[in-house]
Design a protein around this ligand. Structure first.
Ligand code: C5P
Length: 230
């Protein structure tokens, strides 16, 4: 297996990105947020005026995703949250809305979209040691990673964390906790039941339930697992 790769997967709001970033910082690795690549691609689709869920627009969606240039800031020390560039424009904030998250999950069901973005992610991983987070990193994108973590938390806790994140986004219309919970459950369902690379723990992944745990406690457990495997 490849020691320079750490795969972190799990449902939305489980604390994957905080953990992946903290791990990257502690180990001196780069942090690669693959959700941001799906979100940036989805934003490009929305900005082109194309409906992400319209089956008749599939080939246009694939075409848009093939054409756009997505670049990520990967240094965990300077990027909080990750800087994301779409055709050279900084879209770090606009990709974090509920609408873009939902659109990302919808276009992520299209196999050609997944192929294009997985290739981009793989190229980024080949540039050097990294912690990569997403839904299919341990099962598809970095199958050869030595350390695979599957991060989960209760739906209530994940909704609370998402609500906090959303509050910090300027221009985001306030949404109720119930609405966030509903959106998360819908997204989990869509991510876990899609045909191509559904959300699931890899057979060789270690599951970390972060419900009721502080980020520091989760990091400690993850570092202990890394020490065992690396
Ligand atoms: O992690 P984040 O919430 O930013 O991801 C947005 C959406 O992108 C997810 O709901 C999922 O559908 C999709 N995604 C994916 N595979 C990944 C990362 C994200 O399908 N590796």
């Amino acid at each position: 297996c490849r020691r320079e790769w750490i795969a972190v997967d799990g449902p939305a709001g489980a604390g994957k990105s905080s953990l992946a970033r903290a791990l990257a910082k502690a180990l001196g690795y780069r942090y690669i947020d693959t959700g941001a690549t799906y979100r940036a691609a989805a934003l490009a689709v929305l900005q082109a005026g194309v409906h992400p869920g319209d089956p008749a627009s599939r080939s246009r969606i694939v075409d848009i995703v093939r054409r756009v240039r997505i670049r990520l800031g990967t240094d965990p020390r300077v990027d909080l949250p990750s800087r994301v560039f779409l055709d050279g424009r900084d879209v770090s904030t606009s990709i974090r809305s509920l609408e873009v998250g939902q659109a990302a999950s919808t276009i992520a069901t299209i196999p050609e979209v997944r192929r294009v973005l997985a290739e981009l992610q793989r190229r980024m991983a080949e540039e050097g040691p990294c912690v990569m987070d997403g839904r299919d990193i341990g099962t598809v994108v970095l199958k050869e990673a030595c350390v695979k973590l599957y991060v989960t938390a209760s739906l209530e806790e994940r909704a609370r964390r998402r609500a906090k994140e959303l509050q910090e986004i300027e221009g985001q219309v306030p949404v109720s906790l119930e609405e966030i919970e509903e959106q998360l459950a819908m997204r989990d369902q869509q991510d876990a039941t899609r045909q191509d690379a559904p959300l699931r723990a890899a057979e060789d992944a270690v599951t970390l339930d972060t419900t009721g745990q502080t980020p520091g406690e989760v990091l400690e457990r993850a570092l202990a697992i890394c020490r065992e495997c690396l």
